[in-house]
Design a binder for this molecule. Sequence first.
Ligand SMILES: [Zn+2]
Length: 92
Amino acid sequence: MTCYQEITCPTCGSGNNIMKSGRSALGIQRYRCRNPGGGTKTFMPSYRYKALEPSVKTQAVDMAINGSGIRDTARVLKISKNTVMHLKTSSG
Ligand SMILES: [Zn+2]
């Protein structure tokens, strides 16, 4: 049995019927729920900042250093504002 990260569907909350569905532009694995009512929407696991892709983290810190706003950084890197804020406060 392979050990892998537990993924749960943000729509129905179940983790029993999740399948992989390609990757995002940033290389983050996307998933899709196959349960009835889960629809065909893909979703990405909500990474905590520690599990953030290293390249994204670097870019976020760079943008913060260069004076980009939290909202801009979050939008460009497609990460949450909370994550940006955390990186910003922990980078100095
Ligand atoms: Zn679901």
